[in-house]
Design a binder for this molecule. Structure first.
Ligand code: NAD
Length: 512
């Protein structure tokens, strides 16, 4: 089996055959069961990890609580300096970490490296932001009074992440949480534990070189029962959850019950509208990359194409041709376009979705199927497929985390927008058109109801500078750029009276 240099990268990242999962920066807390992680690319065992049990969990929380008291007193620009150093380390380890992401998660090497680049970008963004945590000042209605607001850190931020972005989502959260003065506890997906251990190993170099206390950045490698403890724990001020709508719904209500804060980044069901005025060359590239990139396992993957009737047949035929040219294979091999699904369970979900689609009357124009034989030994490789459907099919309303693309025909733009919005999720959306009126209508309040709406770019991928997230069952949370840092802080309004009188607000008199 070709190694693609993965053994060397694992070594550089400090990953051995037997590992301890949970750490608070230097100390390990791993008295739970041992789990194994296999690569979906070639089916090989990457290594074993000792996870955490409940008693370890309490140690991690207590260590984080103590660390917070110290960390919140460090000036924000100085905290930004630690994030700057993390960004430098990530540059150093970019090739190794990108390769590990590709190997353990199954996305292409280019996408793995791209994910690490996002981590670097958010660090740069956060460094600048560490000098710009601004609040407003207001004019008081009372003489000799001054009013202003400030933002204070929250405390412990619990970061629970999905398997499909096994490193970037942690960095989006940690870089911002840190400059805001919080400490973080990361519960990564049990499907990609080595990506988390590698990040923590890189982070530990920063902690050590700056003599920072234990507990500022912890990783909790454990099953979802320990994740549940984090969700229910009053000592955790904010839960930033990225994952399925099913789990997110539960997380949302549990955190709300204890009046905690949450950021929810849940499932998507993203569509591109292809107008009769679209540049079809661009549309085909955008649609194919959006649908088959990361084997359809991005929250922003293109799942539906809503195509004008005048260009429907042409788009369909060109898609069929493009799919015929896709090369499916080891994601570390740069000649391949499509890698594997994360595991055999995901392959079952893919097969069931195809079956359900056919039952509901869907007509496949590119057939799916599971690949077998040489180079497909892991059992996780599937064929990207395309079906003609109605938007109202139950399976079309549902996010299947696999490369299945649905085609839907429309007559008027108003109808296309209605179809685009008529799903429970609201993450990413796009229109391909050279017609200004169409583009503006799509972006208007009568247009897309998603958190992300693009013109002449596909649905998948985003830059860290914007606020990332979606509406409806996508959860309403925002992560990353813009003013998202405010989610990681508590807001306080301060009024200061610098006179010798005590005038009350609204002119109220209270004479004694
Ligand atoms: P998942 O919901 O199965 O798991 C996500 C995380 O939740 C994992 O770390 C898991 O261990 C944890 N978890 C599971 N049960 C829990 C519980 N009871 N309490 C606490 N934690 C628990 O999701 P997944 O399969 O890893 O990821 C795929 C999903 O994530 C897709 O729906 C995708 O759209 C979504 N996603 C959304 C975004 C976004 O930004 N909107 C980004 C990436 C992924």
């Amino acid at each position: 089996v070709k190694d693609f240099g993965i053994e060397k990268s694992l070594k550089n990242l400090g990953i051995k055959s037997e590992n301890k999962g949970t750490s608070t920066g230097g100390k390990f807390f791993a008295s739970g069961k041992t789990i194994e992680s296999y690569s979906p690319s070639d089916g090989r065992l990457i290594g074993k990890i000792k996870t955490s049990a409940e008693k370890d969990y309490d140690k991690v929380i207590e260590t984080a609580q103590t660390a917070f008291k110290e960390f919140r007193m460090i000036p924000a620009p100085k905290r930004g300096e630690f994030v700057r150093q993390l960004g430098l380390k990530l540059r150093e380890y970019k090739d190794d970490l990108g390769k590990l992401v590709s190997y353990e998660m199954g996305k292409s090497l280019q996408e793995g490296l791209g994910e690490v680049q996002e981590m670097i970008d958010i660090c740069d963004f956060a460094v600048g932001l560490s000098r710009q945590l601004h609040g407003y000042t207001m004019h008081s209605e009372r003489p000799g009074h001054r009013m202003y607001e400030q933002y204070h850190p929250l405390g412990i931020v619990g970061v629970i992440t999905a398997f499909n972005f096994p490193v970037a989502v942690w960095a989006w959260n940690t870089a911002l949480a840190w400059i805001c003065g919080n400490v973080t506890i990361w519960k990564p997906s049990e499907k990609t534990p080595f990506c988390a251990i590698a990040c923590q190993n890189i982070m530990m170099e920063v902690l050590k070189e700056n003599n920072l206390p234990e507990g500022i950045s912890s990783v909790l490698v454990a099953d979802h029962e320990i994740g549940q403890l984090l969700v229910d724990d009053k000592r955790v001020s904010l839960i930033s959850f990225t994952g399925s709508t099913k789990v997110g719904r539960m997380v949302s209500s549990k955190v709300a019950e204890r009046f905690g804060k949450s950021i929810l980044e849940l499932g998507g069901n993203n569509a591109i509208i292809i107008s009769k005025d679209a540049d079809l060359d661009m549309s085909i590239i955008g649609a194919v990359f959006g649908a088959v990139g990361t084997a359809g396992q991005r929250c922003t993957s293109t799942r539906r194409l809503i195509i004008h009737e005048d260009v429907y047949d042409e788009v369909k035929n060109r898609l069929v041709k493009a799919y015929g040219q896709l090369k499916i294979g080891n994601p570390l091999d740069e000649n391949m376009h499509v890698g594997p699904l994360i595991d055999v369970h995901a392959v079952n979900q893919y097969e069931m979705a195809i079956e359900n689609c056919i039952q509901e009357g869907g007509k496949f124009v590119v057939e799916g199927g599971v690949l077998e034989g040489k180079n497909y030994e892991s059992g996780c490789y599937v064929k990207p497929c395309i079906a003609e459907v109605e938007n109202s099919f139950e399976i079309v309303q549902h996010e299947t985390f696999a490369p299945i693309l649905y085609l839907i025909k429309y007559k008027t733009l108003e109808e296309a927008i209605e179809i685009q919005n008529d799903v429970p999720q609201g993450l990413s959306s796009a229109i391909m058109t050279q017609n200004l009126r169409e583009a503006e209508l799509f972006l208007s309040q009568a247009g897309s109801d998603c958190g992300i709406a693009n013109v002449n770019i596909g649905t998948s991928g985003a830059e860290i500078g914007g606020a990332f997230g979606g509406e409806k069952e996508t959860g309403g949370g925002r992560e990353s750029g813009s003013d998202v840092w405010k989610y990681y802080m508590r807001r306080q309004t301060n009024t200061i009276n610098y006179t010798a009188n005590l005038p009350l607000a609204q002119g109220i008199k209270f004479d004694l």
